[in-house]
Design a protein around this ligand. Structure first.
Ligand code: ZN
Ligand code: ZN
Length: 102
């Protein structure tokens, strides 16, 4: 986890808004669990974010990468008549003939 204030006030203290605290019968703290992500900056009260979660920027980059992968096209090999899905390399895996994309 890497929390950061949305106002970038520089504070390094945050409060989890949805934490469940476990106590024993004497009221001693046994542990806690974050039941829902949600944090406040203790410095200025602004919402804080967990930067360790995949930032939207990274996700967009990944989607772009996926989009640049050539889409496979199904063609029939003109030599051996095998149905081949042609992607990056345009060669028949069966006979090695060069394939033409429709
Ligand atoms: Zn702050
Ligand atoms: Zn072939």
């Amino acid at each position: 986890m890497w929390l950061a204030c949305s106002q970038r006030c520089g504070s390094a203290l945050f409060r989890a808004m949805f934490a469940e605290v476990d106590l024993d019968s004497a009221g001693n703290l046994l542990g806690f669990r974050i039941s829902q992500p949600g944090y406040l900056c203790l410095g200025c009260g602004a919402p804080a974010f967990d930067l360790s979660e995949v930032p939207a920027e990274l996700a967009a980059e990944e989607a772009e990468e996926r989009a640049s992968v050539p889409v496979a096209v199904d063609v029939l090999c003109p030599v051996c008549e095998t149905a081949v899905s042609v992607g990056a390399d345009r060669e028949c895996p069966n006979c090695g003939a060069e394939l033409e994309l429709p």
